[in-house]
Write a protein of this length. Structure first.
Length: 210
């Protein structure tokens, strides 16, 4: 008789555990569906970036296959969403020439961007005696002699979206800003200080992918 009662209790406990388990599954499913519905209604848009200006402090390709450069770039970012905030967890800025990185990476401090807000950053990006591939160095030297050079300001980072109390996982952010700089006679630049630096107003839209 005691054996039957023991089996009965085990059966009841098993049913209780099953009900709790399936209750948790249903609850999580409802929460997930609710989040997806809200996400679909709000339809988050990726932030937009503009390269406002570039200040050139140094750009010397004098040593074979080595480049020393120093830029200050001004970038603005706008959150176009009405109900979604953006966490910029990590942003690294650097400069490339012909798809080759020619400066070190400069980190922009993490920040939060509210609805319709605009943030402006002005990081310095530089490189000292950075090795340049021979086939790129030839073009780089020629561009420097001609006084015209096309570089790309890049930002690689991670972002999160905030909808009410919900915060999404991290997404990769890729920003690409072409910058055509005309050294020439410096007519297109504004002299900055007494160290020979020139600022070039660009107001160039950037491509953004998330």
């Amino acid at each position: 008789m005691s054996v039957k009662e023991c089996d009965l209790h085990k059966g009841k406990k098993r049913k209780i555990f099953q009900r709790i388990f399936w209750g948790i599954i249903v609850f999580l499913f409802i929460v997930l569906v609710t989040i997806l519905i809200i996400w679909a209604i709000l339809r988050p848009s990726k932030p937009s970036f503009i390269l406002q200006d570039v200040t050139v402090y140094a750009f010397n390709a004098t040593v074979p296959n080595l480049l020393t450069s120093n830029f200050q770039v001004t970038l603005s970012s706008r959150n176009p969403n009405d109900h979604i905030g953006v966490y910029y967890d990590r942003l690294d800025t650097y400069v490339t020439y012909q798809s080759q990185q020619i400066t070190y990476r400069t980190a922009i401090p993490p920040s939060y961007q509210g609805h319709k807000e605009i943030d402006v950053w002005s990081p310095f990006v530089y490189g000292t005696n950075v090795p340049v591939a021979p086939f790129n160095y030839a073009g780089l030297s020629q561009d420097q002699s001609n006084g015209n050079i096309l570089v790309t300001i890049k930002i690689d980072g991670r972002v999160r979206w905030k909808v009410g109390a919900f915060i999404s996982g991290r997404y990769h952010l890729y920003v690409r800003c072409p910058a055509f700089i005309n050294f020439g006679t410096r007519n297109n630049g504004i002299s900055v200080g007494e160290n020979g630096a020139f600022k070039y107003q660009l107001v160039q839209s950037c491509s953004v992918s998330v």
